[in-house]
Ligand binder design. Structure first.
Ligand code: GSH
Length: 258
């Protein structure tokens, strides 16, 4: 991915997208996927994962990624923001089902996968727990990520059960969709939820380095999720991974580029 310097991006018009650089951060990757499917061009800007990102904060008001800046409009940051912006600016296939019930299920499951206290949020809490266990609380005290994503001992203790309940609900969704003859998580077309789950599944089972050349440490860190939920008696449903193995090569950047 060819990132543009912040100063230059800030002076430009159109869509500028701050993305966690050098890693396939699921929130950033899924936003990229939505703009790709809707055929929206953007200027990519590097966000340093875990860094203070002062220049970015001065421009957008946000430290983390993805942050979408469209012309002079306010910054957009959440998955729902990304989807709505891609829908508004783009012309590719719609990311949002027409059917109201499918749409409600799609946004509900999206929140479970990518929202605050959802699957990836809880997986990230487990990642922080391991960092605190290994390096000590004092060494992690200044980490902006522990602060921004509300790390705590109680949150870490409840994370595996939260993750498992979300994965079971996704499995149920895929099962009933399969029975209805669909490969997608809702309805019979691709939706934003398929993109989000494909990208977020990396925190359950990372894609291999041939198609996903991410740093070695992330394999270890993301592997913690599977270890924790397996220790709690959960076995990964292969259907969850078969889904993303279909979505990635058919709809998203493949191999990944970050
Ligand atoms: N802004 C998103 C959350 C995005 C998010 O969690 N981003 C993470 C993962 S890509 C991130 O930027 N991590 C690196 C950091 O915080 O520096 C939201 O409000 O839902």
């Amino acid at each position: 991915m060819d990132y543009t310097a912040i100063e230059q991006a800030r002076a430009a018009d159109g869509l500028r997208l701050a993305l966690t650089g050098g890693v396939p951060g699921p929130w950033s990757e899924a936003a990229k996927g939505c703009f790709r499917v809707r055929q929206v061009n953007y200027i990519p800007v590097w966000q340093e994962g875990g860094g203070a990102n002062e220049e970015l904060v001065a421009w957008t008001g946000h430290r983390n990624a993805p942050t979408a800046m469209y012309n002079a409009e306010p910054a957009r940051v959440t998955p729902v923001d990304m989807i709505n912006l891609a829908q508004r600016l783009g012309s590719g296939p719609s990311l949002v089902p027409e059917d109201i019930d499918a749409r409600i299920v799609m946004f509900g499951l999206l929140n479970e996968v990518a929202g605050e206290n959802g699957f990836a949020w809880s997986a990230r809490i487990l990642m922080f727990k391991s960092m605190v266990d290994n390096m000590g609380e004092a060494a992690m005290a200044d980490s902006p990520m522990l602060r921004d994503y509300h790390y705590g001992v109680a949150e870490a203790a409840s994370a595996p059960a939260k993750i498992i309940s979300i994965l079971r609900r996704l499995s149920r969704q895929l099962r009933s969709q399969k029975e209805a003859g669909s490969r997608y998580l809702v309805g019979d077309h691709l939706s934003a939820l398929d993109i989000y789950w494909a990208c977020f599944s990396q925190m359950l089972d990372p894609l291999p380095p041939e198609v996903n050349p991410m740093p070695e440490y992330l394999y270890k860190v993301w592997g913690l999720t599977a270890t924790a939920i397996q220790a709690a008696g959960y076995e990964i449903d292969p259907a969850l991974l078969e889904h993303r193995d279909y979505i990635f090569p058919n709809y998203l950047q493949w191999p990944l580029d970050f």
